[in-house]
Design a protein around this ligand. Structure first.
Ligand SMILES: Cc1ncc(COP(=O)(O)O)c(C=O)c1O
Length: 352
């Protein structure tokens, strides 16, 4: 094989392995089921055309753009490779090896991993059987910790602790314990349930609110996230911001997404309507799912692990060791595929 043919075949193999933008069965990673908006795609192509050039040394323009859009002072914002990158940055900048990090169990898979990379000792606090946090137990554990994580909405259960309870929790956490308030899915939650991040970090300077463009904005492949904190905290983080660490694609994709926000919000509404549809249908079948506020539903374990029930369906969902499953909201085709498996399961159960 010539060198050129070899290169072409490698490219073909890599291209063939790329995930499909639209795939009704891909329900395991809480991705956005819609492909990039046309305007976002156009902006991305523009940024790729200058891929021989470095992005900004520090992502100042992107920081200003996001800060202006969400209404926080720009010096109170830091950026990272997704929410994961922001949290990693917080842990690397503000903790020492051997410090304690408190998190719920189960939680977003990334937390135990980044805690281990940062050489922290994880302490977990179990959720209750409806997927809610025990905020008192979390605050008790936080008293001896350097970091405590609270996801709102929570992954995998989709539950959202009420704002007054979160305030009570924050008042109980010692001021030198960093609170990571993970809002990766906040755009899917009802407006009246959201907490004003700017006001929150003023009141609690130990809180970092973490958000992402991976979910509601549908840009998971570009790895863009941000954190909002008090000026004091973000100053410490910004001085350790990785040089050239945010790709040039990010600035154009975020700018184009903000310009097309009404279209994006329409998609968010379609996803939340689909979530309600799926929950209602499941409930009508007698299948319990936790109170969902994000772009997924969580089915706690039943007599038979969901892994077995869904085994031959072709559906990719996230399974948990206790038999529970988290299913990302996709299109109506996705929901019907899920419901058809459930109907089959119920038919088989009544036959036994
Ligand atoms: C609660 C939570 N936080 C953070 C993330 C990470 O998102 P990102 O793609 O921005 O790193 C996820 C991803 O699934 C998540 O569920």
């Amino acid at each position: 094989m010539t060198m050129a043919a070899q290169t072409n075949s490698i490219t073909a193999e890599i291209l063939g392995a790329l995930p499909q933008a639209v795939d009704p069965l891909a329900l395991s990673l809480n991705e956005n089921p819609f492909p990039p908006l046309r305007a976002v795609r156009k902006a991305l192509i523009k940024s790729i055309d200058a891929a021989n050039r470095y992005p900004e040394f520090l992502p100042q323009r992107l920081r200003r753009l996001i800060a202006d859009h969400i209404g926080v002072p720009e010096e109170q914002l830091v950026l990272g490779a997704g929410a994961t990158g922001v949290v990693m940055h917080v842990l690397q900048a503000l903790t020492y090896s051997g410090d304690i990090i408190v998190m719920a169990e189960p939680t977003f898979d990334g937390y135990p991993i980044i805690a281990s990379i940062a050489r922290l000792i994880p302490v977990t606090v179990p959720l209750d059987k409806h997927g809610h946090h025990n905020l008192d137990a979390l605050a008790d554990a936080a008293a001896a910790a350097r970091v405590v994580v609270l996801c709102r909405p929570h992954n995998p259960t989709g539950t959202m602790e009420p704002a007054p309870e979160v305030m009570r929790f924050l008042r109980r956490v010692p001021p030198d314990t960093i609170v990571v308030l993970d809002e990766a899915y906040v755009e899917f939650a009802a407006a009246e349930q959201r907490i004003n991040a700017a006001a929150l970090v003023t009141r609690f300077p130990n809180v970092v609110v973490v958000r992402t463009f991976s979910k509601a904005y549908g840009l998971a492949g570009l790895r863009i996230g941000y954190g909002i904190g008090s000026a004091e905290l973000t100053k410490a983080l910004w001085t350790k911001q990785l040089p050239f660490g945010i790709a040039s694609t990010a600035l154009l994709a975020v700018a184009a997404s903000y310009a097309a926000e009404s279209e994006l919000l329409k998609r968010v509404r379609l996803i939340t309507a689909e979530r309600r549809y799926l929950q209602k249908q499941l409930s009508a079948m007698g299948i319990y799912s936790t109170d969902a506020h994000a772009n997924f539903v969580y089915l706690p374990s039943r007599d038979r692990p969901w892994r077995e029930v869904l085994a031959d369906s072709g559906l990719q969902v996230r399974h948990y060791s206790d038999g529970g499953a988290r299913i990302t909201i996709g299109s109506r085709t996705s929901s019907l595929a899920v419901l058809s498996v459930m109907k089959k399961m119920l038919r088989e159960t009544t036959r036994c």
